[in-house]
Design a protein around this ligand. Structure first.
Ligand SMILES: *Cc1c(COP(=O)(O)O)cnc(C)c1O
Length: 375
C-alpha cells in the first residue's frame, strides 16, 4: 500500500464539479484580483468564524507580517513567540526590525508555556504571538490575561488551527484566531482549509485595525493612488477564493474526518508506553492539522526508515527549534535554554493526517508502526 502524508487528490475528486465551475466562473468574468469570489469567500468566512472582519491576503506569512505592521511597533520592540513552531512566526518579526523573543513550550500540548511568557516580559515587550500548533488552541485564557496585565497585543498564529474552537471559563466559545487582537491563517494547499496555490487571511473584531490592515495589504492605499502608509502587495486571488468558497462548506466535515483518524491512531497507540499520543486539551477542540506522537525510548530514524520501506511517510515537525536555527543565532540564546522544545524536537514524529484516510489505510499505518516497536 502507498500512503500519502496528505491526499489532496482524493479530496478534490469529491468536489471536482463545484470547484471547476467556480474556477470557470472566475475565468469567464475575468475578475482575477479583488471583487467577485474574493468578496463572497470573505463574507462566508466572516460568518463561519463569527468575526467582524476577514482580510484575505497572499499567504499566512504575509498575514502575520501585515498584522505586526498594523500595531504600530518601533524597531527594537520585542515580540514573544514560541521556539517550537514553523519559522514564519519569528521570520516576520525579524524582517520588520523587531526583536523575536522566543520562549519554551509545554511538553503535553506543544503550545507556548505561560510560565515562560511571563519570565520573558520586559518593558520593551509589545506583543505575544501564540501559535495554535498542530491544530489545537494554546491556553488563550492565560495568554489574554497576561496581555491585559502588561498591555500587550496578541496576534494568534492560527495557520494550523482553523475550525478549532476554544472555550473560556465563562463558557464563551470562540473560533481559533478570533480571540486575540488579530488572528492569522494560511490557505497553503496542505493546511486544513487549503487552496490550490498560496493564500491567507487575517481576522479581527477591531474596526480600526481592520481598516489599517486592508490598506497595508494593498500598498498602504485607501483612495486609489493616495498612499497613507508604507504597505505591501498581498492579495488573495479570485481563483483561490473560488476553491476556498467550496471547501469552506466542507470544513466541519473535514475536521470531523481528521478527528476520526486521530481517534483511530489514539486507540492503537495508547496500548504502548513507547508512544505518547497527542494530549487533548480540555478547553480546545483539536482539528489535527498534524497527528504528532512523542516517542519514548524508540529509535526515531529507524522507525521512519521502517515506515518508508512500507510506503508510509512520517515527518518530523520540527527538527530544530527556532533558537538553534542558523539564521536566528543570537548571543541571547544557546542550546539548553529551552529544554522542552529541544526535547520535543528530538522525540516527535508526525504520521499521515488528512481528510481521506480510511480504516484500511489506518490499520496498515498503525500495524506498520506497532510492528517496529514489537521487534
Ligand atoms: C503554514 C504556516 C505559516 C505560514 O503560512 P504560509 O501560507 O505558508 O506563508 C505560518 N505559521 C505556521 C504555524 C504555519 O504552519
Amino acid at each position: 500500500m502507498k500512503i500519502q502524508m496528505v491526499d489532496l487528490s482524493s479530496q478534490y475528486e469529491k468536489i471536482k464539479q463545484e470547484v471547476n465551475a467556480g474556477i470557470q466562473e472566475v475565468i469567464d468574468t475575468t475578475t482575477f484580483i479583488k471583487g467577485g469570489k474574493v468578496n463572497v469567500f470573505q463574507k462566508d468566512l466572516e460568518n463561519y468564524l463569527g468575526v467582524k472582519h476577514v482580510i484575505p491576503v497572499g499567504n499566512g506569512t504575509d498575514a502575520l507580517q501585515i498584522a505586526l505592521m498594523a500595531i504600530g511597533l518601533q524597531p527594537g520592540d520585542e515580540v514573544i513567540t514560541p521556539t517550537f513552531t514553523f519559522i514564519a512566526t519569528a521570520e516576520v518579526v525579524a524582517l520588520l526590525g523587531l526583536v523575536p523573543v522566543v520562549v519554551d513550550v509545554d511538553f503535553d500540548t506543544f503550545n507556548i508555556s505561560l510560565e515562560s511568557v511571563k519570565k520573558a516580559i520586559t518593558p520593551k515587550t509589545k506583543a505575544i504571538v501564540p501559535v495554535h500548533l498542530f491544530g489545537q488552541n494554546a491556553d488563550m485564557e492565560g495568554i489574554m490575561s497576561i496581555a491585559k496585565e502588561y498591555n500587550l497585543f496578541v496576534i494568534e498564529d492560527a495557520c494550523q488551527s482553523i475550525g478549532s474552537k476554544y472555550t473560556f471559563d465563562n463558557g464563551r466559545q470562540v473560533q481559533s484566531g478570533c480571540m486575540g487582537d488579530i488572528g492569522c491563517t494560511s490557505f497553503f494547499p496542505s493546511k486544513n482549509l487549503g487552496c490550490f496555490g498560496d493564500g491567507g487571511a487575517i481576522f479581527t473584531n477591531n474596526d480600526e485595525l481592520a481598516a489599517k490592515m486592508r490598506a497595508i495589504s494593498n500598498h498602504g492605499m485607501v483612495v486609489r493612488y493616495y498612499h497613507d502608509v508604507v504597505g505591501v502587495n498581498s492579495r488573495l486571488d479570485s481563483i483561490q477564493a473560488a476553491v476556498l468558497e467550496v471547501k469552506l462548506k466542507h470544513l466541519d466535515e473535514y475536521c470531523a474526518n481528521r478527528l476520526k483518524a486521530a481517534d483511530y491512531y489514539d486507540a492503537v497507540f495508547s496500548k504502548t508506553d513507547k508512544l505518547i499520543v497527542p494530549t487533548r486539551y480540555t478547553k480546545s477542540s483539536h482539528v489535527f492539522h498534524q497527528y504528532t506522537l512523542k516517542l519514548s525510548g524508540v529509535n526515531r530514524e529507524g522507525l521512519i526508515k521502517h515506515l518508508a520501506d512500507k510506503g508510509v511517510p512520517a515527518m518530523v515537525y520540527y527538527p530544530v527549534p527556532l533558537h538553534l536555527q542558523k539564521a536566528y543565532q543570537d548571543s541571547r540564546y544557546k542550546a539548553g535554554d529551552f529544554p522542552v522544545a529541544e526535547r520535543l524536537s528530538e522525540c516527535v514524529m508526525s504520521l499521515p493526517m488528512h481528510t481521506e484516510l480510511d480504516e484500511e489505510q489506518l490499520e496498515y499505518i498503525t500495524s506498520s508502526v506497532m510492528e517496529f516497536l514489537d521487534n
